[in-house]
Each structure stands twice: as C-alpha cells, then as structure tokens.
Design a protein around this ligand. Structure first.
Ligand code: ADP
Length: 557
C-alpha cells in the first residue's frame, strides 16, 4: 500500500504548498504532510530493503543446495561420461547457469520482485484511475516493447551461449595452461608461452565477438524501448497538464500524478522485462536440470561381493569411446587367475589403459563381458566390490595434503593407524621422506609444505595403492616417467609386496616381464599374444620384437 500512500500524501503536500502560496494554507499542515510523506517514503524503502534481504538469503540457501546437488551428481556419474564431449558441454552449461546466479535470479525475481511490482502497480493504478483512466494504457503502451525485446534477444542470447559451451570450455582450458604450475614451467621452457597466450587471446576474442554482437543488438533494442518510455512520460505530463488546466485535478494532484506515473511505469517495465526474460532464464535453468537428470551409475545387483574365488575372465570384450570412430579394445579374451601377476604390455595407444578400466568395471563394455567368477563386473555390488580392489593410475593425483593423508586416502578409515602407514612407507622405500617430513607435514610447496621429488610422488602413489587391503591391484604405469632400470627396481619391489594379491601391471616396457606369471601383449586394441617371458621370446612374435628393441635399456653400463 505504500506507493499509493506516498502518492496521496505527496498530492496533499503539493496542494498545501499551493494553498500557502495562494494565502489559504497553514505551515503546520504543510509540515504534517511533509512528515507523513517522508515517513511513508522512508518506511517503504526500508521494507523493500528487508524484503530483498530475506528473499536474497532464501535464494542464497537454494544456491548452496543446487551446488550440493551438482557435487552429488559428479560423484555418481558413470566415469565414461567424463570422456564424452557432449556431456562435458552439458556440465559446462550447468555450471555456467549455477555460477552466474541465474537460478537465484529466477527465485528472487519470480517470488520477490514480481510480487512487489504487482502490488505497486495495483495500488498506484487505483490512485491514478481516480483522476484519469488514460494514464494506465499510456503507461502500458510506453513500456510494452521491453517485453518483446527481452523475449527475442533472450532467446538469441541463450542459443549463442549454448552454442558457445565448447568454446567456453576451451577458453577455460587454455587459461588453465597459464595458471597451472607445471604447464607454465613447461611452456616457458619450450618458449611457447607467447604462442599459447596467442591461442587464448584468439579464443577469447571469438567468444567476445559473438557476445559483443549480441550486446550491440541488445543496446539498439533498449535504445528504442527507452525512447518510447520517455515519449510515454512526456505524454503523461501533457495529460496531467490538460487535466489541471481544465480543472479536473488541482495543482497538487498534477505533481503527484507525474511522480506516481514514474512509479507505475517503472513497476510495469520491471514486470514486462521479467516476463520477457523468463523463457531465457528457464532455458538456462533447464540446462542445469538436464545435467542433474542424467542417468547415474547403477550399483550392480546389490548382493554383497565376497571376493574372488577363482578367476577374472574377459570374454570377447570390446570398447569404443563415446563419439570415437574406432574401437579402443577389440574382442579381447583373457583369464586372470586368483593370485596371478599379469603384465599387459604394448606400445602407446594399444589399448592397455582402456582394458584396465574395463577389468575394473569403470567403463561399461561395448561388447562382451568381464566376469568375476560367475558374475559380470557390472552386476557386482559397487561398494563391496571396490573395497576389494585398488588402482594406481598413470596420472595419479599428488594430494597437497599431509603424508599421512596421501597414504591413507585409499583406506581413509585407517587414517589414524600410524603403524600401518609407516609400514607402507617403509615398504615403498620412503623412509627418507618419513624421517625428513614426518607423517603430519604437508607435502608439496603449494601451501608451504615439504618439497617432494617426482620419483617420491610415484612411490607415494604405489604405497597408497598397497596400503589398501585389496585382493586385486591394478597398476597403470605410474613409474613410466622413471629411468627403465629404476622402474624395474620399483616394480620388482611392488611384485614382492603384492605377493598375496592378484596384480595387473600395465606397461609399455618389457622390464618387469620376467617377474610376472603371464604377459598379454596388446596391439591395436587386440591381444596379439599371451604367454610367459620365455615362451613368447621363443615364439619370436610381437613380444620378441619389443624385447629386442628395448633390451639395451636394461643393460647396466
Ligand atoms: P594405452 O594405454 O595402450 O596407451 P589407451 O587405452 O590409452 O592406450 O588408448 C587406446 C586407444 O583409445 C587410443 O587409440 C586412444 O587414442 C583412444 N582413446 C583413449 N582415450 C580416449 C578418449 N577419452 N576418447 C577417445 N579415444 C580415446
């Protein structure tokens, strides 16, 4: 009711001032209406402030909730989705929607501003209609184009942003090249930092150019809308003047009408703009919910997995990455007996890593199945299954956390088990780091922790893999960056430590092959040969070729 009350008190104030000028009014009355107007004005604004604050806080709470849902989603997404560019684009759009505060905006605008503006419109219209009904259509016509312009431009903007999701992702990636400590050093050393910067600039310009063009069109539409709004305001003044001159309203109402018209025009414009933008905002929110509604990883049969009894068996396993043209793994048949140590050998790109992910059930097979005894891996209950496996990845994470956390991350319930952690460190040959840094000092210099060498990080990753009481361990070349002789030394130790486990070790080097029970050689996604070191050498095939090519790496100088 405040806007109407403000308009009425303002009319009385003007009228009293006019009366005084004509020699009729009293300064007491003038002061009274002045104070009433001031009180109404201040209180109105105070209430708007409080309402805004309450709505903002409510919307902020929702925002935190939407962010939480996104984290839950990321935790439950099938891992293969992270390899799918289309789903990464969807994630980018969902994140943009979340971080641009759009979801907040919709709640705030729909529930808050629309109600406030509607109340303004109803009460002020009721007051103005007393003087002339013409004010209302005048007001609506003068601001109607805002709605149409927002509707058209909003849709265009949405489709531009949608189309640009991939480019925005690339822009973020290129930016990451300058902000990541490791890449920055590499680029500097390569002398390619200017080139990379140029690529970022080019990508940024492409993104900006499209947005600028859209903003330019938007500005032109707005200019037209503003011009019409001002013409409407001029017409309102003319109408109020006519009403005053023909005696329909007094001079006080003349001033109040103009002030009230501005309030009415601004509230109507607010609602029309919101209405026009709503389809765009809903489309953006749709992106968020499309992502949230993506199917999640299923948790298998739900039957507790009690561990491997006999063997893991791959029967005609094939796999193709999303949107890829050729199969990364083709028709693979392989048996891994309980307690066996098997090396999967092959040149880069032959499909080893992909195969290890299929064995662990991290990716679903495109053809064939991976069996753990009689059950396919997809059918195993996820939680109990993953408790029995451990994996050391090629691009493992260097956690900038304490040494204790770095090891116990694979079995976080044992974070306080100093004896077990120390034992894992000793077994991985990390006594020196333990003595120098201690269990509770942070690793890495990012936050002022201890300096750790590349080789030590690799040993930490292996210690982490072994720390977990798993029955199956899959190790994907975490040592590939090391010298072949040092790698063999570490892997020998690893095989010794994993003597009670089933172990799958992936490598492109032959160094460890004399130590394992079985070697599977991969070529172009297929298993080219399977056998023991001696058997395969005698066969004179792909393994013998790799062995001969690499033999010199293992000769001590
Ligand atoms: P390896 O571990 O033997 O080096 P990978 O299993 O990593 O081989 O890759 C096997 C094949 O799959 C290669 O041709 C590689 O280009 C392809 N590939 C790997 N990752 C992806 C991916 N995310 N999307 C599409 N193709 C991929």
């Amino acid at each position: 009711m405040f806007p109407a009350f403000t308009a009425l008190s303002l009319a009385s104030l003007f009228k009293e001032a006019y009366n005084i000028q004509q020699g009729g009014g009293t300064s007491g009355k003038l002061l009274f209406w002045g104070l009433i107007y001031l009180a109404a004005y201040v209180l109105n604004n105070f209430l708007i402030f409080i309402t805004g604050l309450v709505i903002e806080l409510g919307a902020d709470k929702r925002q935190v909730h939407y962010r939480y849902l996104m984290c839950v989603k990321l935790a439950h997404m099938p891992l293969i989705d992270f390899e799918d560019a289309r789903i990464r684009d969807m994630q980018q759009r969902a994140e943009e929607c979340l971080y641009s505060g759009r979801m907040n905006g919709i709640i705030r605008d729909s529930f808050g501003m629309v109600i406030i503006s509607l109340l303004n419109i109803i009460t002020v219209s009721a007051v103005m209609a007393r003087y002339s009904l013409w004010f209302l259509p005048l007001c609506i016509v003068s601001v109607l184009p805002y709605s149409v312009a927002r509707l058209i431009r909003g849709r265009e903007f949405y489709y531009i942003k949608r189309k640009m999701a991939k480019k925005s992702r690339r822009l973020g990636y290129l930016w990451g090249l300058f902000t990541d400590r490791r890449t920055v050093k590499e680029l500097r050393a390569l002398g390619a930092d200017d080139y990379a910067f140029g690529k970022w600039t080019q990508c940024r310009d492409e993104v900006q150019d499209e947005l600028w063009e859209q903003n330019r069109k938007d500005a032109v539409s707005l200019l037209f809308c503003d011009a019409l709004r001002i013409i409407g305001y001029g017409a309102c003044i003319a109408l109020a003047l006519v009403l005053t001159l023909n005696g329909t309203v007094d001079v006080g109402v003349f001033g109040a009408c103009i002030a009230a018209f501005l309030t009415l025009q601004s509230a109507t414009r607010g609602i029309l703009v919101l209405g026009g933008e709503l389809p765009k905002e809903l489309a953006f929110s749709g992106d968020y919910f499309d992502y949230i509604d993506l199917p999640e990883e299923t948790s298998g049969s739900g039957t507790h997995y009690a561990g491997l009894r006999d063997k893991i068996e791959l029967r005609g396993v094939s796999f193709k990455y999303p949107n890829a043209e050729k199969y990364a793994v083709k028709n693979v048949a392989l048996e891994i007996r309980r307690g066996e140590k098997i090396a999967i050998l092959g040149e880069n790109g032959s499909g080893k890593t992909t195969l290890s992910k299929l064995i662990l059930g991290l990716y679903p097979c495109s053809g064939g199945s991976v069996f753990y005894d009689d059950e396919t891996v997809g059918n195993l209950d996820r939680q109990s299954f993953y408790k029995t496996v451990s994996a050391v990845a090629q691009n493992f994470t260097q956690y900038k956390l304490t040494l204790r956390e770095n090891i116990a991350m694979s079995d976080i319930d044992k974070l306080g088990d100093d004896e077990k952690i120390t034992d894992a460190l000793r077994r991985a040959g990390l006594e020196d780091l333990l003595v120098r840094a201690g269990l509770d000092s942070e690793l890495g210099t990012a936050f002022g922790g201890s300096e750790v060498s590349g080789g030590q990080w690799q040993k930490i990753a292996i210690a982490r893999g072994l720390f977990r009481d798993s029955e199956l361990i899959v190790m994907d070349e975490p040592t590939s960056a090391l010298d072949p002789l040092i790698e063999t030394e570490i892997l020998t130790k690893f095989i010794e430590l994993a003597k009670d486990k089933t172990a799958v070790i992936i490598s492109h080097r032959v160094g460890l092959c004399c130590l394992v029970d079985k070697i599977a050689v991969m070529k172009d996604g297929e298993i080219a040969e399977i056998g023991t070191h001696d058997g395969l050498l005698a066969q004179g095939g792909e393994y013998a070729r790799l062995f001969t090519a690499q033999e010199k790496w293992y000769r001590e100088e």
